[in-house]
Ligand binder design. Sequence first.
Ligand SMILES: [Zn+2]
Length: 447
Amino acid sequence: MSKLEDIVSLCKRRGFIFPGSDIYGGMAGTWDFGPLGTTLKRKIMDEWWHYFVESREDMYGVDAAIIMNPRTWVASGHLATFADPLVECKECKSRFRADKIASGITESVTTEEFLNTHTKCPVCGKENWGPIRKFNMMFTTHVGAVLPDDDAETANKNLTYLRPETAQGIFTNYKNIVDTIYPDLPFGLAQQGKAFRNEISPRDFILRDRECSQMEIEYFVAPNAWEENFETMRGLQHDFLENVMHLPADKLHEYEVPAEDRAHYSKRTIDFMFDYPNGEEELMGLAYRTDFDLQNIARESGKSMDYRDKVTNEVFVPHVIEPSIGVERLMLAVLSTAYTEDEVNGEKRIVLKLPENLAPYRFCVSPLLKNKPELVEKARGVYQMLREKYVNVTWDDSGNIGKRYRKQDEIGTPKCIVIDFDTLEDDTVTIRDRDTTEQIRVKISEL
Ligand SMILES: [Zn+2]
């Protein structure tokens, strides 16, 4: 099993992921994606979009604003309930999420229950706690002209939030879409985009960050058809995770969330858990949200969320099945699956065995020697040809060939193509396989 710190180190060393605002000493819970990380992230998001939206007739895309009318969060319940149990150490003033530092308690822990766990402060080691307080995780911001000396009423009038989930941007557009494209039930609205959560203690690399990218679908169904659609969605998630993301099935576990732990809107939720390097954590959620959100919006907006069935003329508010996945969580699952250490010719090797559809580069092309113009020219020709054909192709003429292989292994390039003196004679090249390190000769025309 790979260790998280090895993956963090590789990601920084090879330009996948850097700590956010690194140059100014960082910004807790934020991460910046370098060239390779950006490519990997886009490939993951594009595969999802293709699988769930482009290849289907019942799915439509939405791209809503991040800053929404604050009534959104009143209606959704986030203002009242999107909170974590915060506890403060009276000795050193450190603040923690109570259910993350004590075992055997849930998010709804009371002060008494927490004190009974006799948890010691992870920072100073003392046991002197203040009461459990609910901390709302939405980031606040002010929209428009607000001055530092404005009174509280003026400032509050302009107060709003960075969205804590992309879902509400979909629900608030449900009526627009029903009124403009008249989709037949069941239909889904999908969105990819940023969401923000002011985590009390961000941790585990990109697993629990304050700014993340989500991929969510709200799948609208007739109320009496929710169970069959829930099962269909469940099957699709497995197919996507196992056959498109190539995550090993034995590292994926379904957890049926009991009623008392479910989000306030859900009648059934399955958390898809993944065996990450630091243990089992939630990878994604599949929730039956009933008509909770549309009914809330109808109440708060005063507008009807009714859907009229085109065949039966029956009028009802649709129910919703929601698969929701964090891009960074999925990326860490992909990276930790791919991260491998083995031995080649008696030397330790780090290799990222990324599937071909996700590897930032499919091929690396290089001349055997950098200082032989005839090799370089021939190699550039092969490089240009492959770029036109496969797009994701990289060029590497740094160091010796052994070093290039090590580098390409670490960034997950499946095949390295080397142009040598034989190429000039017979137009064949060496293709070296990342996973087996085996080399074969093939004709350039067969690449
Ligand atoms: Zn302390």
